[in-house]
Design a binder for this molecule. Structure first.
Ligand SMILES: [Zn+2]
Length: 59
């Protein structure tokens, strides 16, 4: 499912299956629908978001 995440006072919508975060819920839902249908991400959709990064290493 798509979950809301609060980061830097901004709400992100995260599609859990592929860990992509979107600023707009609409895109997260599009990603979910596409991924469930085709079992792969659509770059046309994911370019509207960004991969959810683990901040463990601190880069
Ligand atoms: Zn996806």
């Amino acid at each position: 499912m798509v979950k809301k995440l609060l980061k830097d006072n901004k709400t992100l919508y995260v599609w859990e299956a592929c860990d992509f975060a979107y600023q707009e819920e609409e895109w997260a839902q599009k990603c979910q629908q596409w991924c469930e249908k085709y079992s792969t991400c659509n770059i046309e959709i994911t370019q509207h978001g960004a991969p959810l990064e683990d901040s463990d290493t601190g880069a």
